[in-house]
Design a protein around this ligand. Sequence first.
Ligand SMILES: C[S@@+](CC[C@H](N)C(=O)[O-])C[C@H]1O[C@@H](n2cnc3c(N)ncnc32)[C@H](O)[C@@H]1O
Length: 227
Amino acid sequence: MHSSLVVIKHVVLKPVIRFFLRHPEKMHSRWFIWVMRIFPDRMSERYDHALAISREALQAGMHELITYMPQKPNLILDVCTGTGAVALILAHELPQAVIHGVDISLRMLDKARKKAESNQVTNIVWQREDAQKLSYRDNSFDLVVTANAPVYIDELARVVRERGNLCIWFSFSAEVFTESVEEMRTLLASYQMKLVRIMVRDNQVGLVAEKLSIPNSDVYPERDSNA
Ligand SMILES: C[S@@+](CC[C@H](N)C(=O)[O-])C[C@H]1O[C@@H](n2cnc3c(N)ncnc32)[C@H](O)[C@@H]1O
């Protein structure tokens, strides 16, 4: 990985993540939205190579997630799909499912679409969407996943169906999230979501939540969970 990216990853990223975990509303601020729009468009060509993220851990995490779900998800949304890493893994794991891979950056979507075409993947719908204001109806998806991206949790929670799952994945700084489990649990609960599983692999982390049917209730018994 390029040395400046190493510095960003290890020195800048952790305090930044901690800040956003404590102040998720700042992800709606103008400067944050501006950075999020400029940066991906500029680095779409180099993204997969430059970040040098281990995709094996992500792949294993998605496999664990699907195995954990009591029913195989048929309709899946990958929000902030970028070059399509999560959507492509899920398309391979679940060839019968329909996956929507959405992102605000047309250049990132273009890379994702080309990767799908060259791998003859046909069960992904690529679409431009703003994660702050998704065009989908409430309770639409069996599974909503987002990886390495701003988490607009209100929208993610809104489009997951009742008893469906949300998975928030970060391919770095796992300990920042594992140290903040209670904050995450509280944040998710305010959106009718219950944290049911935490997956950690190679400093990568996936938080899995389930959408409850009755607001603010805790009626569902915990399934096999390490949360
Ligand atoms: C670091 S990339 C992660 C891509 C992919 N999920 C992965 O793990 O490789 C973050 C992505 O979030 C997208 N993004 C940022 N803000 C967004 C928004 N408001 N709506 C949709 N996508 C957004 C960017 O365009 C970028 O593709």
